[in-house]
Write a protein that binds this ligand. Structure first.
Ligand SMILES: [Zn+2]
Ligand SMILES: [Zn+2]
Length: 391
């Protein structure tokens, strides 16, 4: 039997604390650690759960006596590490009763139908895969109905027994004397927790939980056009529900890797290509990057640096209609030649003469040192595009 946490320590009370002290300690700690009060703190739910777990035992005289004597509670199949959501379910009832939430609504049946939890899975894909869409195998672990007991939680050859205390109703009525006479109070049955049945002999495979973990591999289809951070739902792909509750869903979180060449905005992409100043001056047909294959782009004579060209329909498909694709924008950067041969130098001088331009003849004072360039601004190409295109 694994050793569990010390419930007295969790609640910060003495071993001989009376019921009132224990209840007060629990109320104070539950308020302090409630996840709603600590939305920024991911550990709050864990602490809240531990406090609830401790109170579920110490707050119940019978369970407390058992815990004091044996260091654990329950009949064989139970260990403190096993309680997880069962106790959490109990705790929300306890919590409602103490803080006035709920107002007498339907009590959650402790062992009754419970929907399965949703699960998440991250899919990392390239921009090229976004263009085509893809089929991917995902492998993950989920909870499924125990094959040994078919999800009942009862050992083979036994079955959950109708609870004798509540005759299967899950509720008990008590007559209480008040100053106005007798009143009937209906509460969840203390013996079966409201389920109406009890498992006398828990299934060994699932320790009475009715569920076991399983590894599943399934093929999922990611449509073209998804964006980073988008979530796709695979209905029923999460944990299976308990006792006939619906299965949870599997959520696929899309993570699109940044591209080396392209920047993306919605269904449009943009890139920058370098052209020589002779190509820019005379015009040229260029091979430029494309999402699925290189594209041809003809630039006219006299193209200035920073000019943006649009390749219509060469962007990313829309998730709504894969036949509609965005555009590819190509920004042209004219590169000044830096290494020139004597022959090129002579030609450039001749060009300068023809255009009556003053150029350095080699005898001039030392050139000015640049203090920066436009490239220093890391505003992103779409920022530049916007100013060029005046979006
Ligand atoms: Zn089982
Ligand atoms: Zn009962």
């Amino acid at each position: 039997m694994p050793e569990g946490p010390d419930y007295y320590e969790v609640l910060g009370v003495a071993r001989d604390a009376d019921a009132d002290t224990i209840r007060k300690a629990f109320r104070r700690l539950a308020r302090q650690h409630h996840p709603d009060v600590n939305p920024e703190d991911p550990q709050a739910a864990e602490r809240f759960k531990r406090v609830g777990e401790a109170y579920a035992v110490l707050g119940d005289p019978q369970k407390r006596a058992q815990y004091d004597r044996y260091g654990h509670v329950g009949d064989g199949g139970f260990s403190p590490g096993d309680v997880d959501f069962d106790v959490f379910g109990d705790l929300s009832q306890v919590f409602q009763a103490f803080f006035g939430g709920g107002g007498g609504g339907a009590r959650r049946r402790r062992n009754g139908p419970r929907p399965g939890d949703d699960l998440g899975y991250e899919i990392v894909l390239t921009l090229e895969e976004v263009v085509t869409g893809l089929e991917r195998e995902v492998s993950y672990n989920r909870l499924t109905a125990c094959p040994e007991c078919y999800g009942t939680g009862a050992a083979a050859g036994s079955s959950p027994q109708r609870c004798a205390t509540c005759a299967g109703h899950g509720e008990v009525r008590q007559n209480r004397r008040t100053m106005f006479g007798y009143t009937t109070v209906v509460t969840a049955c203390p013996d079966c927790g409201g389920a109406g049945e009890q498992i006398k002999e828990p299934c060994r495979r699932c320790r009475g939980r009715g569920q076991v973990p399983e590894d599943v591999t399934r093929s999922v289809r990611v449509p073209a056009g998804v964006e980073d951070g988008m979530r796709l739902r695979v209905t029923g792909g999460g944990n299976s529900g308990a006792q006939g509750g619906p299965d949870g869903d599997l959520w696929l979180l899309m993570r699109v890797r940044p591209h080396e060449v392209f920047q993306r905005e919605g269904t449009d992409v943009a890139c920058e290509v370098a052209v020589s100043f002779t190509q820019a001056a005379l015009g040229a047909t260029l091979t430029v990057p494309g999402l699925l294959q290189p594209q041809r782009l003809t630039i006219p004579a006299g193209t200035q640096t920073g000019t943006v060209f649009r390749l219509g329909g060469r962007g990313i498909p829309s998730t709504r209609n894969p036949n509609i694709r965005g555009d590819e924008f190509v920004a042209v950067r004219v590169v000044t030649p830096t290494v020139v041969t004597p022959e090129e130098r002579a030609l450039l001088r001749r060009l300068a003469e023809l255009q009556h331009e003053a150029v350095d003849d080699g005898d001039a004072p030392p050139p000015a040192q640049p203090v920066g360039s436009e490239d220093d601004e890391d505003s992103g190409i779409f920022g530049k595009l916007r100013s060029w295109l005046k979006f």
